[in-house]
Design a protein around this ligand. Structure first.
Ligand code: BYC
Length: 476
């Protein structure tokens, strides 16, 4: 394991002490980051003590060190997973050649674009969740929100390190811009659509963690395959933290389903109005939230057919998740991919694309499969409770804003329909104004240790073997 020096202003395992120029550049950026955190992060909770996990090492023992911390004192550090000896390029035209320790000049702008896009999502999510702490359903959940927020901050640091260390002045300017764009800002929004959607309630937060953080998993896994080794190592380490964010989404939504089923049993009714009278989330309402966040997150994979994707794969910049173990052909120079596209007359036709151009779609399809796992679990809970209701992911074509299906009206099954039908049926497909008002009415803060809001069941276990009623956040 490489050593981490905590006496440093910026904890790191990249030997920052020996690179004074880089250290100065990052120390110059650090106060700006802290200003941003104070303004855009969970600032009303700056003085509270939170039971947080901090990475103090990159190996199995070190990456999850638990203790009580005030968030502004959290040690946002720079950690790269240990190098793999003699690692070679795993895909594309340079397959089998040694990986790069520097960015090749000809790929500089593509790398910068991807790193900036990745970096932009991290602070964006903290901004989206800025005020959620005020309506937490429990101290356990509040702690999880803050854990995610500080780790997204660290993931921003991870990308800023790469920009500063490998992209000179351009990189430093981009790092400034990462703090200047803001989620939902009309003049300077975040780059990708989903990261400009407001997250004003915890049901949206759990959906975001389930669906949008899962895009993070797939994109980070793709970048972890990169031939640019420092980027690959950075992303490998980020993935260890990312898993918790998806856990919060999956268990959060599972607990909502559990509580709803309890209320259905207590009242002997599955009527949404009756469920709402008892302060729980009716299943059709949950379905509409799932449909919203899933369809929004699908766009994060980019266009089905993309020359950018072809170039980044061919050049070894961005691979596929688990490239070595999941695929046999790592070059994909001659293979093709079949997909269904709109025929321009309200129907669907088959089309064939060179495989390299379809890499975004390859990733999206693996993502959809991964999303289905949680739904299967929740549907099993519903079935076991004796109800005939199934949560479903809408079609990949539904409500798309990017790619082949962008702005093509379809129903939830992906059948093209008229614009009029689409508009008239939409209130049944996505959260309506009254759904949102109802969810908002549920968002009452619960901060007594061990107590839960009425719309969510307690978790099965606490954090790091502590009991559920541990005081995870001391609000003083
Ligand atoms: N919204 O050829 P195209 C995470 C842009 S989440 C707005 O279709 P390409 C996290 C695209 O940028 C993971 N714009 O796609 C989760 C391009 O614009 P420019 C984030 C979009 O380039 C939760 C144009 O459309 N990481 O970590 O093949 C909490 C044409 O692009 C959208 C990454 O995304 C959209 N949805 O692929 C915290 C990895 N989609 O450049 C964190 C890095 C596309 O022509 N990014 N566009 O102005 C990438 O790999 C690629 O940029 C994309 C797009 C997959 C996003």
């Amino acid at each position: 394991m490489s050593a981490i020096d905590y006496s440093e202003k910026i904890p790191n395992n990249v030997n920052l002490a020996n690179d004074r120029t880089l250290q100065r550049a990052l120390e110059h950026w650090q106060p700006r980051f802290l200003d941003w955190w104070r303004e855009m992060g969970p600032n009303d909770f700056a003085s509270v003590d939170v039971y947080l996990r901090t990475a103090v090492g990159v190996d199995a023992q070190g990456w999850a060190h638990y203790g009580t911390v005030k968030m502004p004192d959290y040690r946002w550090g720079i950690f790269l997973a240990d190098p793999i000896a003699d690692r070679t390029i795993g895909f594309g035209d340079s397959f089998g050649q040694p990986v790069w320790q520097q960015v090749p000049g000809e790929f500089r702008s593509q790398f910068r674009r991807l790193i900036v896009t990745q970096g932009d999502t991290e602070p964006a999510s903290v901004e989206q969740q800025h005020r959620l702490g005020h309506t937490c359903p429990s101290l356990y959940d509040l702690r999880n929100l803050f854990q995610i927020n500080v780790e997204e901050g660290r993931h921003l640091w991870a990308m800023v390190y790469i920009l500063h260390a490998y992209f000179g002045r351009d990189g430093r300017e981009e790092a400034e811009e990462l703090l200047a764009r803001h989620s939902g800002d009309v003049d300077k929004p975040r780059i990708l659509g989903t990261f400009n959607e407001p997250i004003l309630d915890w049901l949206s937060f759990f959906c975001f963690c389930y669906f949008t953080d899962r895009d993070g998993k797939f994109q980070l896994k793709s970048l972890a395959e990169s031939s640019f080794d420092p980027l690959a190592r950075t992303c490998r380490f980020m993935l260890t933290e990312e898993a918790h964010h998806m856990f919060v989404g999956e268990t959060g939504l599972g607990r909502v389903v559990k509580r709803t089923l309890e209320v259905m049993k207590e009242t002997g009714s599955d009527d949404p109005q009756e469920i709402r009278r008892h302060g729980a989330v009716d299943l059709p309402l949950l379905q509409r939230y799932l449909s919203f966040w899933f369809s929004s997150s699908l766009d994060l994979f980019g266009s089905e057919i993309s020359s950018n994707a072809a170039t980044t794969f061919a050049s070894g910049i961005k691979g596929r998740p688990d490239e070595t173990t999941q695929y046999q052909d790592h070059v994909c120079a001659d293979s093709s991919f079949e997909l269904e596209v709109p025929d321009g007359k309200g129907g669907v036709i088959k089309d064939t694309s060179p495989m390299r151009n379809a890499m975004n779609e390859v990733l999206r399809l693996s993502y959809v499969k991964d999303c289905e796992i949680g739904l299967k679990r929740w549907n099993m809970q519903i079935k076991r409770a004796g109800y005939n209701f199934e949560l479903k992911l809408p079609s990949n074509r539904f409500r798309r804003a990017i790619g082949t299906w962008a702005n093509i009206p379809t129903d939830l099954e992906g059948r093209p329909i008229s614009r009029e039908e689409y508009d008239s049926r939409m209130p049944g497909w996505l959260p309506s104004a009254s759904d949102k008002d109802y969810v908002k009415s549920l968002m009452q803060r619960v901060v007594e240790p061990g107590k839960m809001a009425a719309w969510i069941a307690p978790p099965e276990r606490g954090v790091n073997n502590l009991p559920v009623d541990y005081e995870y956040v001391r609000l003083n």
